[in-house]
Write a new protein. Structure first.
Lengths: 346, 180
């Protein structure tokens, strides 16, 4: 085993925290039980890692095995990367092809290798018909850089793929092309969703959120729940805005459901709108055509923040969750955006 | 939804009603609970509202005291109170309105300066109380004060009226405020 490969193994294993070491190694399933038992896990971490690398050498580990270990590590630590979402689409009038995983993998690999001679592609199948792909990029003249790989999680039964934002952005078009052709689609589009939390992105994209089912009792308990009241609430306290509060609660619940929201950190929309101005002859307000703007939302937990914005216009929130769309209806949120754009222009 | 007037309804027998106006629902609810725990000879009723004008309701009893709660951590609450003040009949400001500012204890979180609220209370010639409603003991003390104020404003304390109280409270203010 050559030095670079040994070093790669060493660095990858060193990344794994000690608490997860056994789990990861068992998932990797490359070193046998007996071999793992020969390692003294009570030493200092560097010594353990050295022993493990020696064992890998004994087993004649290849680059592929190392890449697999890297994928497993990333699967355990998926929140350390920022994930983008891509949506693919077929052209109109296309037949529905049966998906063949092996054929997809070989096609994907071939496309990348044809374009860039030096590229390492590794696959690992995961739950729900998904495949994790690890790509280490090189160029015509340089060996692949194993330390800055890109990861793609492709759900084969859906047109969606999640990619970790790799530092080498120039390879993104090639990646998109490979994905599209290998999965027999025609077009690929980057969606305006980005987050660290892959599960949340999945929930939004596959519309798995808000699964509240109407039951007979739900409407009666709404009134008690809506104002956060105990059953022993004092009847001498009267809420003047009870009707309004109930309406807000109902709208919020209809849109968000009772369950915790998927964790979205960043969303952006394109907006075409005209601006109003109180001052006579504002620069923005005088234009004939609508202005094209970009609205960005960012927060540690965007949907929970929006949920606590009540009372907010329910229409805006639901269109927010449905995916990228132009916000044309005016609402408190929309007006706030217009106000802030106006103030920073002036 | 017309402006709220102080004397347009007949008073209930031995009933005193207070209206708490503010954006912080949780704090208002807690203050209401503390007030109702107090021993009081009159029957207390607490109404909680987010802002004025109130939604139309024929069944509402006569309001004896309005407390506007401003959270010094939130500019929105101040804005809300300022907008609500427009919907109040001028006769209310003869002792039946009080301002309550909360959150002064955590200075680093305050986005409104104390003087802003002081000036607001001075403009409307109404007393201003400071209390950290999040701390239970302070809240209990403030609840006691408010109950006593409410009883006076409802006319349940012989010899003292809301207007008397107003001039008494004004006298104890720092005279330099008159220069503001």
């Amino acid at each position: 085993m050559d030095e670079t490969l040994a070093e790669f193994f060493r660095r990858t294993i060193l990344k794994i925290p000690m608490t997860e070491m056994m789990t990861v190694l068992k998932t990797w399933n490359f070193l046998s039980e007996n071999q793992l038992q020969t390692v003294n896990f009570r030493q200092r971490k560097e010594s353990i890692v050295q022993d493990l690398v020696l064992l890998c050498e004994e087993n004649r580990a290849s680059l592929n095995d190392a890449a697999l270990l890297d994928i497993i590590y990333t699967q355990f630590h998926r929140h350390q990367k920022i994930w983008d979402v891509f949506q693919m689409s077929k052209g109109p009038g296309d037949d529905i092809d049966l998906f063949d995983m092996e054929q997809f993998k070989s096609s994907f690999k071939k496309i990348l290798q044809r374009a860039l001679k030096n590229v390492t592609v590794s696959f690992r199948d995961a739950e729900e018909n998904s495949v994790w792909i690890r790509i280490a990029w090189g160029t015509q003249y340089k060996k692949p850089n194993q330390y800055k790989p890109a990861y793609v999680v492709y759900y084969s039964q859906t047109p969606y793929a999640f990619t970790s934002s790799s530092q080498l952005k120039s390879n993104l078009p090639l990646l998109g092309q490979a994905l599209t052709v290998a999965s027999k689609h025609h077009q690929i589009v980057k969606m305006d969703l980005r987050s660290r939390y892959l599960d949340s992105l999945k929930a939004i994209v596959f519309k798995q959120y808000n699964q509240s089912f109407e039951t007979h009792n739900s409407t009666t308990s709404l009134q008690e729940r809506s104002l956060g009241l105990d059953i022993n609430m004092d009847s001498r306290i009267i809420h003047e805005n009870k009707v309004e509060k109930e309406r807000v609660q109902k709208v919020t619940q209809e849109i968000f459901g009772d369950y915790p929201q998927p964790r979205l950190e960043f969303a952006q929309y394109k907006l075409e709108t005209k601006f109003k101005s109180d001052l006579n002859g504002g620069i923005l307000a005088e234009r004939e055509e609508p202005l094209r703007c970009l609205v960005k939302f960012s927060s540690p937990h965007l949907l929970e923040a929006l949920k606590s914005l009540a009372p907010a216009d329910g229409e805006v929130i639901s269109s927010f969750l449905e995916g990228p769309s132009v916000i044309t209806r005016s609402s408190k949120v929309g007006k706030g955006i217009e106000e802030s754009r106006r103030t920073c222009e002036y | 939804m017309s402006a709220l007037r102080p004397l347009d309804k007949l008073p209930g027998l031995n009933t005193a009603t207070i209206l708490l106006v503010g954006t912080e629902d949780a704090l208002l609810q807690q203050l209401a609970d503390s007030m109702l725990k107090e021993d009081c000879t009159s029957e207390l009723k607490v109404h909680l509202a987010r802002s004025l004008p109130l939604p139309c309701s024929v069944n509402r009893p006569r309001i004896d005291l309005i407390v506007f709660v401003v959270n010094l951590h939130s500019k929105h609450s101040l804005q809300n109170v300022e907008e609500s003040l427009c919907h109040l009949d001028a006769a209310f400001f003869l002792g039946k309105v009080t301002f309550l500012a909360t959150g002064a204890g955590r200075d680093s979180h305050c986005s409104i300066h104390r003087n802003t609220v002081v000036r607001l209370a001075h403009t409307y010639r109404s007393p201003l109380l400071f209390c950290d409603l999040e701390i239970e003991d302070f809240r209990a003390t403030m609840a006691q004060r408010l109950v006593r104020l409410l009883q006076i404003c409802a006319g349940h304390v012989p010899g003292v009226s809301a207007l008397n109280l107003l001039s008494l409270l004004r006298g104890s203010e720092n005279p330099s405020l008159e220069d503001l």
